[in-house]
Design a protein. Structure first.
Length: 193
């Protein structure tokens, strides 16, 4: 059922070697795996028949490739605000490795040394939400897991740390929208594969 209100469609990029192995991938440009490319092509079918006033992508290779393989690359606008969380010193390593040296660490609570914390990522998410509301039309976004999780949290009025309560699979589709009117932001669909 389509909504009478603008919606924000969110697509997490397809699988990469690092997403498959659980390595934090912020600013490192990692290509999609063959499975990731196939899943990105599959996104096209799930978006068939929908129209978007704009398509926005993270500057990352993995998001731009997913966008292109889904059939939306030609019109995509690259937005730096959609870049994945900057993991700083934790770039390229797994949560398990971090916990071995820093027991009890949680990304959304503690952030990353030489990288970003949740408030910084939340400010970028708020900027994207502001741009969407200014556009007042349905927009398609391609980005990465943690940024999109923070974006969803901020959409429904949670602090950026609330993104820890959402999980996103690669090549998943989620939709942010409204319920009764523009004062009631809701998550209409989440993590659909």
């Amino acid at each position: 059922m389509s909504s009478p209100f603008p919606e924000l469609y969110l697509v997490r990029h397809g699988e990469t070697e690092w997403s498959r192995s659980g390595r934090h991938t912020g600013r490192t440009d990692i290509p999609l795996t063959e499975a990731g490319e196939a899943a990105a092509r599959g996104v096209a079918g799930r978006l068939q028949g929908l129209s978007f006033a704009a398509v926005w992508s993270s500057p990352s290779l993995r998001a731009r490739t997913t966008c292109a393989l889904a059939g939306f690359g030609a019109g995509a606008v690259i937005k730096d605000e959609l870049a994945e969380w900057d993991y700083g010193a934790y770039e390229g390593i797994t949560t398990r490795q971090i916990l071995a040296e820093r027991p009890g660490w949680q990304l959304f609570r503690d952030g990353c040394p030489q990288g970003e914390d949740a408030a910084q990522v939340g400010a970028r998410a708020d900027a994207v939400i502001g741009q969407f509301r200014q556009a007042a039309a349905t927009v398609l976004v391609f980005s990465s897991s943690h940024l999109l999780r923070v974006l969803a949290a901020r959409w429904i009025g949670l602090p950026p740390q609330g993104g820890s309560r959402f999980v996103l699979d690669t090549a998943s589709l989620s939709v942010l929208g409204y319920e009764h009117d523009l004062t009631e932001p809701v998550i209409r669909r989440w993590n659909q594969r």
